[in-house]
Design a protein around this ligand. Structure first.
Ligand SMILES: [Zn+2]
Length: 173
């Protein structure tokens, strides 16, 4: 099954983990039909908030760079952005201000571009984060018997080495 791995900054991860942020705004969306599984890669940062407690009870101050959890994206919709007015639902659910959304919904030349709100449901934050290297890219040739369980194009047998700029397809684990 194809799934998605999405890179999210620590401050937004905290808001997602606390349940306050239920919509993630992006300029693109996968071609997968909803619902689909989405893994949360927390980008490297300097979090000062304890992220989790390990088996021995040590508090871990996570600096990101790991997959902290997963959710089911049950729907994706356009962010309702009418010129300089943004729908209140999208502002509240994304924890972004209307100005931040308007500013984000622009290309290099300042022209309006559509943005998509990915709705977060069935959130699960792992007790122990997963490493990026545990995830395999969702390559199209992966199931080709000629190549076994990896394709001929990727180094590292399709396992992720670098996080995606925004998001990428991965195999569901
Ligand atoms: Zn591959």
């Amino acid at each position: 099954m194809k799934a998605v791995l999405i890179s999210i900054q620590p401050k937004w991860c905290e808001l997602i983990a606390s349940g306050k942020k239920t919509v993630e705004v992006r300029k693109s969306n996968p071609t997968l039909e909803t619902p689909f599984k989405c893994y949360i890669y927390e980008t490297k940062g300097k979090s000062e908030t304890p992220t989790f407690v390990d088996e021995e009870g040590h508090i871990i101050y996570d600096c990101g760079g790991v997959v902290i959890g997963e959710f089911v994206c049950d729907w994706i919709d356009y962010v309702r952005n009418y010129g300089d007015v943004v729908d209140a639902y999208d502002v509240n659910a994304s924890c972004l201000s209307a100005a931040e959304i308007i500013n984000y919904a622009k290309d290099k030349n300042g022209k309006f571009v559509y943005t998509y709100g990915w709705h977060i449901s069935e959130l699960e934050i792992y007790d122990k984060p997963k490493e990026l290297s545990e995830f395999k890219k969702g390559c199209n040739d992966m199931d080709d018997p000629m190549y076994g369980s990896y394709c001929e194009y990727c180094e590292n047998k399709c396992y992720l080495k670098r996080p995606p700029q925004s998001w990428c397809y991965v195999e569901e684990i």
